[in-house]
Design a binder for this molecule. Structure first.
Ligand code: NAD
Ligand code: UGA
Length: 460
């Protein structure tokens, strides 16, 4: 088995950064270099002030402090890091295509292909190339073809090693993974990677499969997780009309050990960079094999999620006497979930866009998301001009400013601090009747009603 002494990771993002930090922490004998084309991102990773790291994840700054410039390095010198490493992780983004064939559905593999081509150009010694990004099943075939046709007679082994961490709990998930999955064709290459994980993951939790099972397992895991959320969200709509309470239904079904209790929290709709993109990709792959029933089945998870987001803002507007025109609506939370500054596909973006189209003015507070990010998320939708978004959306750094004179508060993210606010003060500062739309079911209905709020939660 090949002893790995130098690792390069291409892509210093939400996956590359935390994953490599944890590998470096547990393998002090290995030098890990994370490279990226984004010089600002690399500079932020190298910032002495650890609060300026480009990613907020509980526990991450401590590990970076412990390992950075000892055996963990951040650099823009991609070629050098590739050349010096025996193992290269590709951890670049694989967003949904926004152009050409497969637009809006397929994964855009241009970044991954560029990585493969750079590795092929630069490498002068044998390499193990690891797919860390989430990729369509059979991508390794294309990567293999690029690497093996460069004519420089170097041996490349390709492994698939998808990442299952969730944002907000990335470090916890990396330190205690349910499993590590390695797919490959070369046993020696597989064992080289397994050895790295064995320094902190129990051996029986490191599983080996063929390349295609590994690639497909990642898409399938995300599809199953998202499907559970859409399933309970579908039931939440029925609850609202029948007097059933979705929290009680979740608890009742989740205690069946065959169903399990996780990922049954009804919400305003799932967000994040991956669930939607990976399911769309799965749907696209199924359709490309003419498996229309399979494609339709999984597509319904996305249709349900879009419906849930829209339903939330429709209900808010309907409850506010069918108009929000000229009314101030306060949004608490912009991140797609708590404990992260990531806003990709966050339900808050779509709810705000809908409210703005109904001529509401929106005031937003999020403990970790900057106002620039909120504005750029809205501008990206292209629904109105940047100036209009800027004038209609007020972003504030104090939650009590957000709610002042608002007709309604909409809770979009389940940040713990929202529960501890002084809701009596909030009530006093709002227009009456004062409405709460709890998109995360984090507040207590009876408590809010006792204060005087008209409280609306999901599935209740
Ligand atoms: P990200 O956008 O945060 O980071 C990707 C980085 O790759 C960016 O900084 C970008 O500049 C860099 N990059 C792109 N092309 C490059 C190139 N040719 N050379 C050097 N750098 C390049 O993305 P992410 O959230 O870390 O996701 C990466 C992959 O991991 C995706 O496939 C995603 O589906 C998957 N994934 C993400 C998560 C998550 O929680 N975010 C979890 C599991 C898997
Ligand atoms: C998800 C998966 O959980 C990870 O295993 C996977 O590695 C990752 O996608 C990925 O491939 O990117 P992440 O998107 O970071 O992780 O966060 P989740 O905790 O899965 O939450 C996703 C969305 O679903 C959030 O908006 C969250 O609020 C929502 N959610 C989650 C619910 O609405 N209800 C739930 O019960 C759970």
């Amino acid at each position: 088995m090949k002893q790995i002494k130098n690792i390069c990771c291409i892509g210093a993002g939400y996956v590359g950064g935390p994953t490599m930090a944890v590998i470096a922490k547990n393998n002090p004998h290995i030098t890990v270099t994370i490279v990226d084309i984004n010089a600002d991102r690399i500079a932020a990773w190298n910032d002495k002030d650890l609060t300026k790291l480009p990613i907020y994840e509980p526990g991450l700054a401590d590990i970076v402090k412990e390992t950075r410039n000892k055996n963990l390095f951040f650099s823009t010198d991609i070629n050098k890091a590739i050349d010096q490493s025996e193992m290269i992780f590709m951890s670049v983004n694989t967003p949904t295509k926004t152009y050409g064939k497969g637009k809006g559905m397929a994964a855009d593999l241009k970044y991954i292909e560029l990585c493969a081509r750079t590795i092929a150009d630069v490498a002068t010694t044998d390499k193990i190339v690891v797919e860390k990004s989430t990729l369509p099943v059979r991508t390794a075939e294309a990567i293999k073809s690029i690497l093996h046709n460069t004519g420089n007679h170097i041996n490349f082994h390709i492994l698939s090693n998808p990442e299952f961490l969730a944002e907000g709990t990335a470090i916890k998930d990396l330190l205690n993974p349910d499993r590590v999955l390695i797919g490959g064709e070369s046993e020696e290459a597989i064992e080289s990677l397994a050895k790295i994980y064995e320094s902190w993951v129990p051996k029986n939790q490191i599983i080996r499969t063929n390349l295609w099972s590994s690639e497909l397992s990642k898409l399938t895991a995300n599809a199953f997780l998202a499907q559970r959320i859409s399933s309970i969200n579908a039931i939440s709509e029925l609850c609202e009309l029948t007097g059933a309470n979705v929290n009680e239904v979740s608890k009742a079904i989740g205690m069946d050990s065959r169903i399990g209790s996780k990922f049954l929290k009804a919400s305003v709709g799932f967000g994040g960079s991956c669930f939607q993109k990976d399911i769309l990709n799965l749907v696209y792959i199924a359709r490309s094999y003419h498996l229309n029933e399979v494609a339709d089945y999984w597509e319904q998870v996305i249709i349900m999620n879009d419906h849930q987001k829209r339903r939330f803002s429709d209900r808010l507007i309907k409850t506010l006497y069918n108009t929000v025109s000229g009314k101030k609506i306060a949004l608490l939370g912009w991140a797609f979930k708590k404990d992260t500054n990531d806003t990709r596909e966050s339900a808050a973006i779509y709810v705000t866009d809908h409210l703005l189209s109904e001529q509401a003015t929106v005031s937003v507070y999020d403990p970790k998301v900057s106002s620039e990010k909120m504005q750029s998320d809205l501008n990206y939708l292209n629904t109105r001009t940047e100036d209009e978004n800027f004038n209609l959306v007020q972003t504030v750094s104090n939650p009590y400013d957000a709610v002042k004179n608002a007709h309604a508060v909409a809770i979009m993210t389940e940040w713990d601090e929202f529960i501890t606010y002084d809701w009596e003060i909030i009530y006093k500062s709002m227009k009456k009747p004062a409405f709460i739309f709890d998109g995360r079911n984090i507040l207590e209905k009876s408590k809010m009603e006792a204060i005087g709020f008209e409280y609306h939660a999901i599935g209740q």
